[in-house]
Design a binder for this molecule. Sequence first.
Ligand code: PXL
Length: 301
Amino acid sequence: MHYKDCQGNSIYPDPRLTVPMQQKRVLAIHDVSCFGRCSLTVALPIISATGSECTVIPTAVLSTHTGGFEGYTYRDLTEDILPIVEHWKGLDLRFDAVYTGFLGSFEQIGIVSGIFDRLKAQGTLIAVDPVMADNGKLYGIFPEDFPRGMRDLCAKADVIMPNITEACLMTGKEYVEGPYARKWIDDLLERLSGLGARQVILTGVFFETGTLGAAAHDAAAGTTDYAFRDLVPGYYHGTGDVFGSVAVAALVNGFGLAEANRFAVDFTVDSIIRSREAGTDVRFGVNFEAGIAGLLRDMEG
Ligand code: PXL
C-alpha cells in the first residue's frame, strides 16, 4: 500500500520493520442485497481486496436491491444491529473506518448514529454515503422527510459522499439538471460542508455535456479537486456503492481525498464500461470484479 512519511518518501516496506505494518480494519454497515451487486456484496470484496479487514453489520437481507425489481424479499435486521455491537464490547475492537450506505429507516439511522459515538476513536474515519435518491427524486421506498435523517447522520461524518440529488435534498437547494455552473457546484459543496463533515465527495458533477465525474472538497484545507471521465450513457445500479467502497478503501490506505476521488471515478467508470460492452442488464450491477487486480496494482503504485 501507499505509506509515506511527511516528506513523501515511501516507508513501506520499511527495512527497519520486523513485523508487517498494522492491517487496517473497516466496518461496513449496509444491507445484503443477495442479487444485483450493491451494498455489502460490493463493499466487502473491494475493501478486503485492497488489503483491509472488512468487518460487516448487515442491516437487512433482500433478495435483490430495490431498483427496478418487482416482488423482492426484505428481512429487516434492525433488532440485530445493537446486539452485534454489544457482543464486540469485550473484544476491544478498533476501527480505522466506519462506512455506511443504504439504511432502511429512521430507526436504523438513529442506531447507526449511536454506533458512530461508540466506535469512534482517534483516527477512525466516519464515512457516510446518504443513499436515498437519484435523478432529482427520492427513492419511492423512503418517506419524504427521510433526507432530514440522512442530513443528521452526515453531520457526524468525517467524509460524506452524496450524489447531486441527495446533496440538494439534504441542503434545501433546488435540484437542477446539468451541465452545472462552477458557482452552483461551489455553493452546493459549501452547503454540504456546513452540515458538519470535514470532507465532501460529490458525485454526478459535470461542467460540459458528455463528461461526468465527482468533486472532492476539503473544507479545512480550502481545496476542491475534480475527477472527470467521458460520460457512458445509461443508468447502472450499484455504482454509488462501487464508488464509495473504492473511496473508503483508498482513504484508509493513506491516500488523500483528491486521489481517493480519482481512484473511485476511474474504477467505477471502467466497471460501467465493462458491463455496457457485455450488454449486461443495468439492474444486475457492474463488473467491478475484473478491475480489482488493477486497482490493487494502482494502489500499490
Ligand atoms: O445501491 C444502493 C442500494 C443499496 N441497497 C438497496 C438498494 C439500493 C438502491 O436502490 O435498493 C437495498
